[in-house]
Design a protein around this ligand. Structure first.
Ligand code: PMV
Length: 325
């Protein structure tokens, strides 16, 4: 009745933003991501007949009510599928700042889906684990798989299933995560997406344009065309943040450090380094480059006063259960 699973975070190269079904958490646009090494969540779930309520500890501390409510709803779904009525204790640890726009909900729900189903005695395939994880967070559906992953758009009657485009050994790229603020973000991506979808005049154009972006990204990845992958990722990120800024109220996740990193990356490109950026729902900037250029890019990013911490990563593996020793 106890199991531990590890899942890695991911960055979206083509972003998902907006839903067709809020209850079932179904994305209105498809997305492509890269699962990251070095940024992971390790979660232990223990179902105990003696427990009266579910308990959740994040990084060793009891979680707040909002996080707990969201996780209990998710575990209710696991209880239904696995036909158990027992309450559980969940212990989850992140190797990186939580809820700061570094996809902790992605690795968090991917690890939780895998650990909880194993602990409840009904382990699922990776595809099924991914579909379950999507109920917790859209990006979590991608974190169940390693390497490059696509989560298509879907509808209530046709929920999407994430697919691995290529595993973590396909292309040894480097991702440098420049942390500019490690405090939790001011608004969750779930809430921000809802505001944008209802209140930006450009939402429909965003959804329409993503179809082409996805097709171009898939084909650039297959050709391992770094410049095209980088340029498309950057375009998708800027388009997403422009979309957020255009809603009412306008949503702006960036800080001065975010801007400084973007400008430095543009300068590096002028200086002949092939490096591109992407930004999810937070102020952190992820720089994407070839492995050979990682050290040069790291030196320049670390010299910026707005960069508090730099996490070096590459393609990471699929979610996995930790064997008991
Ligand atoms: O899956 P959520 O609710 O954490 O939202 C993900 C939002 C972005 O990270 C900005 C984009 C994406 O596709 O991961």
């Amino acid at each position: 009745m106890e199991s531990t699973a590890i899942a890695n975070a991911n960055i979206a190269l083509i972003k998902y933003w907006g839903k067709t079904d809020r209850e079932a958490n179904i994305p209105a646009v498809g997305s492509v991501s890269l699962t990251l090494s070095h940024l992971w969540t390790r979660t232990t779930v223990a179902f105990r007949p003696a427990l009266k309520n579910d308990r959740l500890f994040l990084n060793g501390r009891p979680a707040g009510q909002q996080n707990l409510d969201r996780v209990v709803r998710f575990i209710d779904e696991v209880r239904l599928r696995c036909q158990t009525g027992h309450r559980c204790e969940i212990n989850s640890i992140n190797s990186f700042p939580t809820a700061a726009g570094l996809a902790s909900s992605a690795s968090g729900y991917a690890a939780l889906a895998m650990a909880a189903t194993h602990a409840a005695g009904c382990p699922l395939s990776l595809e099924e684990t991914s579909s379950l994880a999507r109920l917790g967070s859209g990006s979590a559906a991608r974190s169940v798989f390693g390497g490059f992953v696509e989560l298509p758009a879907g509808e209530t009657a046709r929920p999407p299933v994430a697919v691995q485009i290529a595993d973590e050994n396909f292309w040894p790229l480097a991702v440098l995560v420049a942390v500019t603020d490690d405090a939790p973000k001011f608004i969750s991506s779930r809430a921000a997406m809802e505001v944008t979808q209802r209140k930006s005049p450009f939402y429909d154009a965003w959804a329409k344009a993503s179809v082409n972006d996805l097709e171009n990204m898939r084909s650039a990845l297959q050709r391992r065309d770094f410049e095209v992958v980088g340029a498309l990722a950057e375009h998708s990120a800027l388009k997403l943040h422009g979309l957020m800024m255009s809603s009412r109220p306008g949503l702006l996740y960036w800080n001065a450090g975010t801007m400084a990193v973007i400008q430095e990356i543009l300068k590096m490109r002028k200086d002949g380094l092939a490096v591109y950026f992407t930004i999810d729902a937070g102020p952190q900037v992820k720089a994407l480059c070839r492995r050979e250029e990682q050290a040069a890019v790291a030196d320049r990013l670390l010299a910026l006063p707005g960069v508090r911490n730099l996490i070096l990563a590459g393609p990471g593996p699929s979610a996995r259960v930790e064997e008991q020793s």
